[in-house]
Design a protein around this ligand. Structure first.
Ligand code: S3P
Length: 171
């Protein structure tokens, strides 16, 4: 077993911030699939969507998944919201869904200190109606892919991290 943990879930649910806090608390490394793609392509996600379209970005997610499967172990991996669709996700590690309602996620983003930046860097959140539809489309699929689900709504980061630690079996 490669002992990786993958955090999946909708845009803005808090995968990145939970992953960073968890990594610090438990002294492990955390990587983010969007960051890997941005650094490999030397372009932001927004630019990749604008220049080459969403399907190109999805190809890059699959390439990243292949690299993770072959080259990464004992790492916490925070995944972009659409990464759950890669065809080898189960081979990368244990999959944990961070789950919350769309309303809670939207409020979390809107009320963040750097709300504008958080929304602006997510091309699929530009149109609120479309984002809500996407959430509805994916809700069930996320649960089907997940090995474990953590309900994050109205919980403090500390609580979420504790639950994650139990699942990940770290001390
Ligand atoms: C996407 C989510 C984003 C990023 C890209 C597409 C999606 O990641 O990968 O904008 O399809 O849900 P976050 O979930 O980190 O926002």
């Amino acid at each position: 077993m490669k002992d990786n943990i993958l955090l999946i879930g909708f845009m803005g649910v808090g995968k990145g911030s939970i992953a960073r806090a968890f990594a610090k608390e438990y002294g492990i490394y955390n990587i983010d699939t969007d960051d890997l793609i941005e650094s490999k392509e030397n372009k932001t996600i927004i630019k990749l969507f604008e220049k080459f379209g969403e399907s190109y970005f999805r190809e890059k997610e699959q390439e990243t998944a292949n690299w993770l499967e072959n080259s990464v172990k004992k790492t916490l991996i925070s995944c972009g919201g659409g990464f759950y669709k890669v065809n080898n996700i189960n081979k990368i590690g244990k999959i944990i869904l961070l789950d919350a309602s769309f309303e809670w996620i939207y409020n979390r983003l809107k009320n963040a200190k750097n709300a504008e930046a958080k929304l602006a860097k997510r091309p699929l959140f530009k149109d609120l109606k479309r984002a809500k539809e996407l959430y509805k489309e994916r809700k069930k699929a996320y649960k089907e892919v997940a090995d474990f689900i953590i309900k994050v709504e109205d919980k403090k980061d500390k609580e979420i991290i504790k639950e994650l630690a139990k699942i990940a079996k770290v001390k």
